[in-house]
Design a protein around this ligand. Structure first.
Ligand SMILES: Nc1ncnc2c1ncn2[C@@H]1O[C@H](COP(=O)(O)OP(=O)(O)OP(=O)(O)O)[C@@H](O)[C@H]1O
Length: 238
């Protein structure tokens, strides 16, 4: 893959990529205010797979959205690769989401009328990568996730696990530094879920990316380098 970045090939495993400082998010106001995330602070290094666990409603999705710039905190600060996500304007957030930060969701989020290859190519189109290079990079990405033979298939022709593999390939297309995955295995059986987590883990370590993965599943938490736990919006010690 022709990559413009050299960072990933240098050993950066002690370098901090994500810094979350006293971040809080309150939904609503007055009596109806819901403090979903409360004074959460942590850092994550390059090459690190961090599981974010906690019961339903503990604040996992809210926290991941704040780190990824999909939502803004009520107070506190998030920095990703030196960019202050909380102070970024819409233009900067768009740039961050196109290049630095990528998302994987529980429901895969593929475009139904596009083939696997076309889905993976979407971020490359948005980044205006020329067609020939795009095709080459998509082929490499599909091979990487074990779907070299399924390039022409539409999402409905693929299993849930295969669809999530396409979503992983798409997330990797622009060589992000941070991968944010919200319950990426939530719709998969345990064996398929484990294979997706194995894939994410392998990619994170090979490319020295950082991944934040929200999950309930203890089997998947075992695959993480580190776990942080939320309870009622607070970060608690493991
Ligand atoms: N947009 C919103 N408006 C109001 N309250 C919200 C909003 N989003 C989340 N909440 C509330 O914030 C709290 C945390 O929700 P969040 O979705 O972050 O939890 P979670 O740990 O991801 O849960 P799950 O595992 O069920 O996805 C919950 O009480 C939820 O009801």
């Amino acid at each position: 893959m022709s990559s413009p970045t050299v960072e990933r090939t240098t050993p950066l495993d002690t370098e901090e990529l994500v810094r979350v400082e006293a971040v809080s998010r309150v939904f609503g106001t007055g009596e109806r205010a819901v403090p979903a995330v409360r004074e959460v602070s942590f850092t994550a290094r390059r090459g690190e797979l961090v599981a974010v666990r906690g019961r339903s409603g503990a604040g996992k999705t809210t926290l991941l959205n704040l780190v990824g710039g999909l939502d803004r905190p009520t107070s506190g600060r998030v920095t990703v690769a030196g960019h202050d996500v909380t102070a970024a304007d819409e233009r900067e957030l768009l740039d961050l989401r196109r290049g630095t930060i990528a998302f994987i969701f529980q429901t895969f989020g593929l475009v139904p009328i596009l083939s696997a290859a076309e889905n993976v190519g979407v971020p490359l189109r948005l980044a205006r990568v020329p067609a020939a290079e795009r095709e080459e990079r998509v082929a490499v990405l599909l091979e990487l996730v074990g779907l070299g033979g399924q390039a022409a298939q539409r999402p409905y022709e693929l299993s849930g696990g295969q669809q999530q593999r396409v979503a992983v390939a798409r997330a990797l297309a622009n060589e992000p530094q941070l991968l944010i995955a919200d319950e990426p295995t939530g719709q998969l059986d345990s064996q398929t879920g484990r294979s997706i987590m194995d894939l994410i883990r392998a990619v994170v370590h090979a490319r020295q990316m950082t991944a934040l993965v929200a999950t309930h599943d203890p089997a998947l938490i075992d695959l993480a380098d580190r776990t942080i736990t939320l309870r009622d919006g607070h970060l608690v010690d493991d």
